[in-house]
Design a binder for this molecule. Structure first.
Ligand SMILES: [Zn+2]
Ligand SMILES: [Zn+2]
Length: 641
């Protein structure tokens, strides 16, 4: 059954592909150029990612369309006096990458803040770094907040008095990379109204000295007292920062992003960038929803979708749900079928948190499905993934097959009984396989707390693919921000992890170890996950995701021959050119032999002994989830259909 479904999905993709080829032939005659191409790339290895996985050497483009794919001789007739010719010289040409799970606008806000990069630092070491950030500002308003992010909170102590040495007139908010800790100066305490008399909020703590005065250290929900008084960024500031984030993405060969939590504020940023002619990125938004089965909410989502229905670069025909949290100790909010262990092999009473009652989830998913939305759900735990699949099954019973390309993201643990259900229900596995290696997140913070049989199911990409699931890939940026690379989770680096599942950091205690080798997938699986499969997941495969006549000219040029290099060279492979709509939107400076896209500096970093201190903002998802969750209390459906 599952194999059949997979074949039918693949067959369907092939049908689409040949329809596109046919369209190309119709418009281009018998392959004879009716007019010269505007762009020709030749002499390379063109991995077309078409249904046959054809390999060519050259591509001709007219405007934003691919008009010929073949060998150099076949495209020669398309070269005219004004044709821009790019000599690939053996390099790989791929369809532009589609990052199927990323948070460009939310992540961009962090780019504008003063980052401590998760390094192990004392307050004495941090203060000069904050001062350097402050000194680098041009004409800040006298009351402008100073925001410091990515502080490593392990054994870290700081007080409002320490931060007052930077400023007593400007408020300072310094946040831990774990999402659970913050330190502020007295100005920030004053603006937030935090005094000796302020009670600890539910789920939070205001640290106090012997006299009961706040020290400036805030835990969990107490951070919200300060966050509430930090002014939001202006649209212009968000646009500038988002452009920085999208520049990083373009430099990694990405031409399409699926924003995995887009509120109206995020949509406003994309729309404004597009109106200014600056977007130069396709955006498929999965809309942030209030997650209530409520007519007004459905109307809001439908209106938002309609606003972008004919936009040249933006679509908003998907909705995002958070169905649980994260699995790492001590947060452990991912909902599990079996309870978490206490770290010593004993079961606890904790099964994680389910954010929905099943009937609410069913009603919501069925209605969104009936309205034609793609439902994109965050799910980490095996209990939650089963619940979401159940909801999709219920929706199918109610609505029939709707071809809405529903997808579940992360899939950190999936019960084997559910593997085949992805293909059966047409639910896409949207995975972040850059995380599929033995490290602090999968071993130290998880292994002692999970049943061994569950731990052996971590990131089960191989099992899902074998069971016929369509695998799409995404970075979930800004979850990974390394001191030496603000966007390290690239399609190529994820491909390395997906293929090898091996820790590549030389001085890491887990260096060279493999996470569940049986769950490895192939290079083709990984390239497809970021091209044709992600195009399918975003309903863009008729025009995108492969290099075929009639499709849109979105490309990534990689400096190495991906088919002949060793897997570890994927970490060193570099994107040298990115093309969107037939236009070069990223061209690596020739001097930039060192790539923007890789872990090339891993060994240099390891030499500094810092790799172990490098931490992910792995709670990013959890923070969004909690924020989303806090804005509403799931309640009984008010409508039924
Ligand atoms: Zn995410
Ligand atoms: Zn998530």
């Amino acid at each position: 059954m599952s194999a059949n479904t997979r074949r039918s999905i693949l067959g369907w993709l092939a049908a689409i592909a040949s329809a596109a080829t046919l369209a190309g032939l119709v418009s281009c005659g018998d392959g004879v150029a009716s007019s010269p191409a505007t762009l020709v790339l030749r002499g390379g290895k063109v991995l077309t990612m078409d249904a046959d996985r054809s390999v060519a050497t050259a591509v001709a483009v007219y405007g934003n369309r691919i008009v010929a794919v073949g060998n150099d001789a076949a495209v020669a007739s398309y070269i005219g006096p004004d044709t821009k010719v790019v000599e690939l010289a053996g390099r790989t040409l791929l369809p532009g990458f589609i990052d199927a799970h990323i948070h460009p606008v939310l992540g961009a806000e962090r780019l504008g803040q003063c980052s401590m990069d998760g390094e192990t630092l004392t307050i004495e070491e941090i203060l000069p770094r904050i001062q350097a950030c402050v000194d680098a500002e041009t004409n800040p308003a006298p009351d402008k907040w100073i925001q410091v992010v990515n502080v490593n909170p392990a054994n870290f102590v700081a007080t409002a008095d320490d931060l007052d040495t930077i400023s007593t007139t400007r408020p300072i908010l310094m946040s831990g990379i774990d999402g659970h800790t913050a330190w502020v100066n007295h100005k920030a305490l004053q603006l937030a109204g935090i005094t000796k008399a302020t009670p600890d909020p539910d789920g939070g703590q205001i640290e106090r000295d012997a006299n009961g005065e706040p020290t400036g250290f805030l835990k969990d929900a107490a951070q919200g007292l300060v966050a509430a008084v930090v002014p939001p960024l202006s649209l212009a500031e968000k646009m500038a920062l988002t452009q920085q984030a999208l520049d990083l993405a373009r430099a990694r060969g990405i031409t399409t992003v699926q924003d995995a939590w887009a509120s109206e504020a995020e949509m406003e940023v994309y729309a404004a960038l597009a109106d200014a002619g600056k977007l130069k990125m396709r955006v498929r938004a999965t809309l942030a929803s209030e997650i209530v089965d409520d007519e007004a909410e459905y109307e809001r989502l439908i209106d938002l979708r309609a606003r972008f229905a004919n936009h040249p670069l933006i679509r908003a025909n998907a909705v995002k749900l958070f169905s649980d949290g994260v699995i790492e100790y001590p947060t452990q909010t991912a909902a599990m079928i079996t309870p978490y262990l206490d770290g010593k092999g004993n079961e606890t009473a904790n099964y994680g948190e389910r954010y929905f009652e099943q009937d609410i989830l069913n009603a919501y998913v069925a209605r969104l499905d009936a309205e034609g939305f793609t439902v994109h759900t965050h799910s980490i735990g095996d209990f939650t993934t089963r619940a979401v699949l159940d909801a999709h099954q219920a929706a199918r019973e109610q609505n029939g097959e709707t071809d809405n390309r529903h997808q579940i993201s992360h899939l950190q643990v999936v019960d084997p009984a559910d593997f085949a259900r992805f293909a059966e229900l047409g639910v896409i596995a949207n995975m972040q396989l850059f995380w599929a290696l033995p490290d602090v997140y999968t071993i130290d913070a998880v292994q002692p707390y999970l049943q061994p049989a569950r731990h052996r199911l971590m990131y089960p990409a191989g099992s899902l693919v074998r069971a016929g699931a369509l695998l799409a890939g995404g970075s979930d940026w800004p979850v990974d921000v390394f001191p030496w690379d603000p966007m390290p989770n690239t399609p190529l680096a994820a491909a390395f992890m997906g293929i090898t599942r091996t820790n590549p950091i030389p001085d890491d205690p887990l260096y060279g170890q493999v996470l569940n080798a049986g769950e490895a997938v192939t290079l083709d699986d990984m390239l497809a996950a970021y091209t044709i499969n992600a195009a399918y997941a975003t309903r863009m495969e008729a025009k995108h995701g492969s290099i075929e006549v009639g499709k849109i000219a979105d490309f990534a040029v990689i400096d190495l021959d991906l088919e002949t290099i060793a897997p570890e060279d994927l970490l060193y492979a570099s994107v040298q050119m990115t093309v969107l709509d037939g236009e070069v939107v990223y061209d690596a400076p020739a001097v930039l032999a060192a790539p923007a896209t890789s872990l090339r500096s891993v060994s240099a970093l390891a030499a500094n002994g810092r790799s172990r201190a490098t931490r992910r903002n792995h709670d990013f998802c959890a923070q969004i989830a909690q924020a989303a969750h806090a804005t509403h209390t799931p309640r009984a459906p008010t409508t039924h259909r």
